[in-house]
Design a protein around this ligand. Sequence first.
Ligand SMILES: [Zn+2]
Length: 222
Amino acid sequence: MEKNNRAVVVFSGGQDSTTCLFWAMKQFDHVELVTFDYQQRHHAEIEIAKEIANEQGLTHHVLDMALLNQLAPNALTRNEIEVSNETGEDLPNTFVPGRNLLFLSFAAILAKQIDAKHIVTGVCETDFSGYPDCRDVFVKSLNVTLNLSMDDQFVIHTPLMWLDKAATWELADQLHVLEYIRERTLTCYNGIKGSGCGECPACQLRQRGLDKYLQSTDGVNK
Ligand SMILES: [Zn+2]
């Protein structure tokens, strides 16, 4: 088996990571998926990730990251540990600083075990949501650290790093999966698949990007 052609995609079942999945399937001979179960606000995320993995016939590793809840700010600052949505804000209240650091590190350990050189993640600096460990400089730095830590030559790929949401839809279209991603993925903070609730920040960002992309193709395709 040619090691250089094996990849692990960090996969959440959302628009970005599903686009990365199809990007990876074009680039690499063998693709496996890893999803982190940190008791997301909506367990539907995990189910949708499983569904897509099954449909694409890909091996899907779901890793238990419930320990993140122990570190979540709300759990630390309150007597009762509550991980449900309380404010409808942008971030799940299970958000932990450094989360992407952990996810990419675990993805690399998995990659080592399944003999994959490539790690693909949908992090993005353009729609930067305030997570320093989603920035390009961090990913490059971690790549060096991971290589040193395991004496390996991993390559972390970030195909969406410099794309805005419209450009991410464009990439999906180029990969011939625009409709699939539109209908099958879950981005909505209220747990509604496809075009979602239409009101939460994630839905609005997704829809604005789609509108912008579709407008830009108007008159080109028709
Ligand atoms: Zn929504």
